[in-house]
Design a protein around this ligand. Structure first.
Ligand code: GLU
Length: 278
């Protein structure tokens, strides 16, 4: 029996060390995130690849944004250098699955803490609070808030995201919701006029508006509080505490504010105060 246990352990750590598809902390006695970071010096972290200022793949193959900087800071505090991080794209609808299947160790991807998601995964944080908003074409005059999404207006959002859910629950009867896989698909539709507006968090929309000067504008009526958390396997309490400590340190030593000013500041987004960590 002990040989089988040892063999299983070896197989798991071999996968984890490779940064491959089964690199997370398994539920069957495998290491949690803190233990894995400490022993392997490697982590697989889920981020967005197409959200400027937050998580974006660069032309040279590196990754940049506030979420990326938060992830790097946490990794370092857990004992993992940048070179030990494997970045994995975590689209909105895939996040819970990626965590549950152990394909990522944790996710830092504009991921709102919600009760529904807490049934499947756990969260550290919050490390930032954003607000759902609308992005429209610069020449649009009739969309001034969610209540103007009446008649035959077409609104784009992303599958598995809280804004799409919110619109379905509160405005679905009126608005025609078009759900896509990721936000850049909505930006394309907005620019080529197949939709009238797109919705997600203001800090994400601000990044797209800044990329299209004179073409897109933020409505600026934040109508929810989206508390961004670091998503990880359910009930990995040791790692939640360690990640919370890292976030607190990042807030206190000035790195949190500096990362926001560097990544999100250029879009004109007003940098808020750091949220209290629960
Ligand atoms: N914060 C929202 C969410 O977690 C919207 C942004 C996103 O889809 O990543 O669903």
């Amino acid at each position: 029996m002990s040989a089988a246990v040892v063999a299983a352990g070896l197989a798991l750590s071999a996968c984890g060390g490779g940064g491959g598809s089964d690199a997370g902390s398994g539920s069957s006695g495998a290491k949690n995130v803190v233990a894995k970071a400490k022993s392997d010096k490697k982590l697989v972290i889920g981020i967005k690849f197409d959200q400027p200022g937050l998580g974006q793949k660069q032309a040279d193959g590196t990754y940049a944004g506030f979420d990326v900087d938060v992830a790097k800071y946490i990794a370092k505090e857990l004992g993992v250098e940048e070179s030990g991080i494997t970045w994995k794209e975590a689209q909105s609808a895939q996040r819970e699955d990626l965590i549950k299947k152990g394909e990522v160790d944790f996710i830092v991807a504009t991921y709102s803490i919600t009760d529904k998601r807490k049934n499947e995964v756990s969260f550290a944080g919050p490390y930032f609070i954003a607000h759902q908003d609308l992005l429209v074409r610069a020449d649009s005059t009739d969309i001034t808030g969610p209540e103007s999404l009446t008649g035959n207006k077409k609104l784009c959002s992303v599958k598995g995201s809280t804004p799409a859910q919110n619109v379905k629950e509160k405005y679905a009867k009126e608005v025609q919701l078009e759900e896509r896989g990721k936000y850049t698909d909505c930006v394309t539709s907005l620019l080529n006029k197949t939709v009238d507006a797109m919705t997600t968090d203001d800090v994400i929309l601000g990044g797209y508006a800044a990329q299209q000067p004179g073409k897109l504008k933020l409505v600026g009526k934040g109508f929810t509080d989206e508390k961004y958390g670091v998503g990880l396997k359910k009930d990995d309490n040791e790692s939640i505490t360690a990640i919370n400590n890292a976030i607190k340190k990042m807030q206190q030593d000035g790195a949190w504010k500096a990362a926001l000013e560097k990544n999100v500041g250029p879009s004109g987004y007003k940098i808020p105060e750091p949220p209290a960590i629960s």
